[in-house]
Each structure stands twice: as structure tokens, then as C-alpha cells.
Design a protein around this ligand. Sequence first.
Ligand SMILES: Cc1cc2nc3c(=O)[nH]c(=O)nc-3n(C[C@H](O)[C@H](O)[C@H](O)COP(=O)(O)OP(=O)(O)OC[C@H]3O[C@@H](n4cnc5c(N)ncnc54)[C@H](O)[C@@H]3O)c2cc1C
Ligand SMILES: *[C@@H]1O[C@H](CO)[C@@H](O)[C@H](O)[C@H]1NC(C)=O
Ligand SMILES: *[C@@H]1O[C@H](CO)[C@@H](O)[C@H](O)[C@H]1NC(C)=O
Length: 467
Amino acid sequence: MPLFSQISLLFLLTGSEALTQRYDADSILTSQECCDAIRTEFASIVHGPASNDYSDRLSTYYSQQQHDYSPACYVKPKSTEDISKILKIAASHHCQFAVASGGHMAWAEASNTDDGFVFDLRDMNRIYISVERQTVSLGPGSKWISVYKAMDAHNLTVPGARMSDVGVGGFLAGGGYPFTSKTPGFGANSVFNYEVVLSDGTIVEANADSHSDLFWALKLAGTNYGIITRFDMNADASTEIWGAVGLYPSTEQTRTEIFPAYEEYSHRNDNTDLFISVGHLKAMGRPEKPMSPVEPVIYNEKTGQRNEVIHDPIDSLLQTPSRTAWFTLTIKVSTKLFLDFGKKAADVFALLEDAPGFSTMLGFQPFPKKFIEGNRGSPVYNTMKESDEDLTRELVQKEARNLDLLVNFTYLNYANKDQPVYEQSLTPEDLARMLRIRDKYDPSAIFRTLWKGGYKLPETPTARDEL
Ligand SMILES: Cc1cc2nc3c(=O)[nH]c(=O)nc-3n(C[C@H](O)[C@H](O)[C@H](O)COP(=O)(O)OP(=O)(O)OC[C@H]3O[C@@H](n4cnc5c(N)ncnc54)[C@H](O)[C@@H]3O)c2cc1C
Ligand SMILES: *[C@@H]1O[C@H](CO)[C@@H](O)[C@H](O)[C@H]1NC(C)=O
Ligand SMILES: *[C@@H]1O[C@H](CO)[C@@H](O)[C@H](O)[C@H]1NC(C)=O
């Protein structure tokens, strides 16, 4: 019997989404039976709730919300072929699953689930560096700190995440806003080839010459196209870098000094080596004696190899949270808005200052024009380009809209669960193209039916002004 065909009643079991096409599973197993079915062929990599591997994987999720799930098992493949075979088993028995690399997407069920099993990609963590070609091939399961350490030894680097424990897989599947980059644009723009397992288990290499439509779509892959098993990236030469974290008391004076400087910085196009983020953070600790308003509460800088600078001072910036929620939007660069938001954040955060265990942060990060131009090969390019401005992201949407400073771009990796990332980040034409490519590579809607979590393309294109 063919593994996949068009008719099925299964769709009725999976709920509300109006799938245009369905597929027919051989049988429907419970989550536990699914784990057992995978175990018959892959005994050593299926880990049930009583195992150490299971609790070890759970402990790597960044947020408590993600930690709260209990999948029937974690399946920890060692190779692309494993993933291909397991996907076939899952599809033929209608087994739902999630996919976890670094586990840093914060919202509930982004990469964990109660309704099935989870692909734990941490053993897909190869880092293969070609010094001669100046390229690196990365498995999705590595943490960025391991990538930087390996590459620092060769004075090479790639545009990856700015904190140690973020995973390669999720970061690059959402674009990837880098720490430093000689190649402008999201980290995904340095990927010149993807190895990806499609919903029917086929293993495909997608690049500019082969499956070029898929290559383009994967730069904003989400959980729509396949499980990416290898990212081949162009590397940059790199030796030492400088990095600093400075925390200042939020006063009228600091705000009016920092934000105009930040506006100016956001318009500079010669700063591709370095992205400055400014933000507002609830006090991490109070100074013991009064100090001048512009004396930093914390100032930590370092010059050294990338992995050292990220490990300290950068990692110290965000405490590991328990429950956490992120929300993002994109605005034109405006000191007025920065100041308004900085002031509002200070007021709101002051109210929460004494709430035990509660902390807040408002962050601005620039997308200079050169960065936007670097995204030419990506689905986000036409939207980012539309406003023809240097952009930034922050927290409060309404005021930006009122001032006509809101922009049609919602960065996937910083968004909350219910933000319509694809609808807001793509032109209607590019969204339609993304949908056509999805339907070409997953014609039976297997991923839409079985793959839980992450960001999905909408069923049909929705106009941005209707959102
Ligand atoms: C402390 C911290 C620092 C951060 N710093 C940055 C930063 O500097 N720049 C930035 O852009 N973002 C940053 N982020 C956001 C981060 O990029 C996203 O949370 C990203 O999704 C995390 O990837 P992951 O592999 O760790 O997460 P996961 O939760 O494992 O995965 C995230 C999503 O990607 C999917 N996915 C994972 N692997 C694959 C794969 N191989 N194929 C297909 N889909 C896959 C998952 O199913 C899930 O939907 C940061 C987040 C945190 C918590
Ligand atoms: C990397 O650069 C440093 C500093 O310039 C140099 O001392 C070192 O030899 C280089 N390492 C390699 C492997 O080229
Ligand atoms: C955002 O999208 C809407 C609807 O497509 C459009 O009318 C508007 O001009 C866009 N905004 C910008 C800043 O390009």
C-alpha cells in the first residue's frame, strides 16, 4: 500500500484547520504506541519519561512553559537517515511530533508537546569546518557557543546567535539576528546549502541551483517545509572582537543621551561588524551607595575571541527565567518613539520593581539598510525593503501605528505564539509563493497535520491590512 494518498478521515481527528489536502495513514496509533513503533527499529534512541535522557532534554528548554510538557518519548536521531525513516513511521501511523534543537523558543509548545513524541536533535551536532573553502557545515543540534569555539580556533566565524545556548536549528529556521556579521542580513543569508528531510522522508539538498524555490523558502522556514539536518554556511575571517554590556539607571538624562545616539547609530551603514542593542531592563541589583545618574550600574567589557566575549559579558545580560513571554514589532527609527517607550517602560517597570521574581526588558535592535539589502535572497526582503528606512524593533505597537511608524515586519524568532509572523512579514505575492512551495514539497499536508509547534504559514494568503 502506498504510504501516502489523498483521501482520509484523519483530518477530522486533528481538528479545526481547514486543510486543503489530506493524507491517509496506514493506521492510527496512540503516542505511546508511536514511541514503541519507533523503538522496534531504533531501540537505543527512544527515551521514555523514566529515563535520564528524557529529564536531561526537558532541562534544556529555556522557558518553564516549554518545560511543562510531557511527550510520550524523546527520539534522539544520530543521522539524517534516522530522521527520514522515523518520519516515515510517524506518517504511516499518524504520530504527532515536535522538533527541538536548542529549545530556546520560549512560548508553550513551540518545540515540545503533550500530544506525541519530540525529535531531540542534540546528537545532530556536527561542526565541520573547511578552512580552505572558508565554509562550515552545521548540524541543527549544536549550540552557538560550540560553533564559535570550534571556529575561533581557525579564526573563522559565521553570523550566529548572541548568547551561548541558543540552538543552530531554530535560530537559522527563523532567520537569525547575529551578533556581528561581515555578511549583512540574517544568519540564514550565509547559508548556501540546506540538507532537509521532506514530509515523505525524502532527503533533499536545497541551494541556488537545485530546489532553488525551497532554498529561498527555507530562509524563513518555520515548521512548514522540512526538518533541516545540515546548514552549509559561508564563513568570515575573524580574530578578536570587542563586546560590552553597560547598564545605566533609567533617568531623563540617560534616556535623552542614549536614544538620540542610538538613532544616529541605527542610520550608520558602516557598522556591519557590530550591532548595538539598547534596552530598558528592570534593575538587576541596586547599587549600594548613590551614584551620579550616568555612572553605570554594571559595565562589563571584553576583547577576546568570540566565544569568550559571548560567554562573558554577554551571557550575563539575561538571567535564565522561569516563565517568560516575548513580543516583537518593527518600527521606523525615531528618537521620539524611543524616548516615549523608554519613559513608559520606566513607569511600568517601576510599578513592578518590587514584585518578587518578576523582571522586564524593553530592547531595541537595529536593521540598518545594509542589513536589509543583505536579505535579498530571503522571503522577508520585499517587505523589509518596502519602507526604505533603517528599522528597529520594540514593544508597544499602538503608538507606533498612530504615529505612522509601524512597519510590516514581525521577526519570527522574537515573536509571541499568536503573532501572525508570516502574514505580517511577507508581501501578498511572497506569501502566495511560500504557500505554493509548501504545497509542492508537502503535497499531502503531512507537516500541517502532524508537526506541532513553531510558526505555520496561514492556509490562504491574508492581506496585511486586515490583521
Ligand atoms: C537567551 C536567548 C538569546 C537569544 N538570542 C538571539 C539572538 O541573538 N538572535 C536571534 O535572532 N535570536 C535570538 N534568540 C531567539 C532564538 O533565535 C529563537 O528562540 C530560536 O528559535 C531558538 O532556536 P533553538 O534551536 O534554540 O530553539 P527550539 O525551541 O529548539 O526551536 C525553535 C523552533 O524551530 C524549530 N526547529 C528547530 N530545529 C529545526 C530544524 N532542524 N528544522 C526545522 N525546524 C527546526 C522548532 O520546531 C521550533 O519551532 C534568543 C533566545 C534566547 C532565549
Ligand atoms: C588567529 O589569529 C591570531 C591573532 O591574530 C593568531 O595569533 C593565530 O595564530 C591565528 N590562528 C590561526 C589558526 O590562524
Ligand atoms: C503595510 O502593508 C499594508 C497592506 O499591504 C500597506 O498598505 C502599507 O503601505 C504597508 N506599510 C508599509 C510601511 O510599507
